[in-house]
Design a protein around this ligand. Structure first.
Ligand SMILES: [Zn+2]
Length: 223
């Protein structure tokens, strides 16, 4: 299974591909979610995460093969909403809020379920390590959705593009200004991964070092 499919399946698991429920379906969840405590960070109990290994549970390590990604996409959903005369701007704004809530929930899960602490059995440590890798994959997918909603195309298999409100030239922001940065962190299958940061600008030269990424564009932060 390749990164574009993993991205699509994770978006579908969290209903991010269809913000107006044109293609609602129950996400794939862990079959053991009622037997032991399972988290609700994916908006339902025990929502499985798509990774290179399959669909994985971050609570018990359950693993099943990846499904085929569905055809419905965020773009087709928005195009359909627009043709029906719905308020697409409002939908995008609501979508940004819900993506941020999901990022916060998964970050919280990363700090609890992904932490290896003293006194753990080897099995517990192995599960924490697996959970960490799963959640990290989901966070990467969520950051890509966040950037797509902000007009930056970073999904694997798609050409990287910055919309005009991102500044890509050598112009530097003013000292003390809050900015959003898009940068290159890692590469998967020949395509790039990006994350967004809001940082107080101090010395532009040190920004790429402090975020561990090559800065590709910036714009004033929306406070
Ligand atoms: Zn489970």
């Amino acid at each position: 299974m390749n990164m574009p499919d993993i991205q699509t399946i994770n978006e579908q698991q969290l209903h991010l591909h269809s913000p107006v429920c044109f293609d609602w379906f129950h996400p794939y969840t862990c079959p053991y979610r009622s037997e032991s405590p399972h988290g609700g960070e994916g908006r339902d109990k025990g929502v499985l995460i798509a990774t290179e290994r399959g669909l994985e549970c971050i609570d018990c390590g359950y693993l099943q093969p990846l499904p085929r990604p569905r055809e419905f996409s965020l773009e087709s959903s928005l195009a359909l909403a627009s043709s029906l005369g719905l308020d697409v701007r409002k939908m995008l704004q609501e979508q940004r809020i819900s993506v941020q809530q999901l990022i916060d929930a998964y970050r919280e899960a990363l700090s609890t379920k992904g932490a290896i602490v003293e006194g753990m059995t080897p099995e517990q440590a192995e599960q924490a390590d697996k959970a960490w890798r799963c959640i990290d994959t989901m966070l990467l997918c969520l950051h890509r959705v966040q950037l797509a909603l902000d007009g930056v195309e970073t999904r694997p298999g798609r050409e990287f593009s910055l919309s005009p409100d991102w500044i890509t030239d050598e112009q530097h922001p003013s000292p003390g200004q809050w900015i959003e940065v898009v940068g290159r962190r890692t590469e998967h299958d020949g395509s790039h991964s990006y994350r967004i940061h809001t940082l107080p600008f101090q010395d532009w030269k040190f920004l790429p070092v402090s975020i561990g990424a090559k800065v590709l564009g910036w714009r004033p932060a929306r406070m």
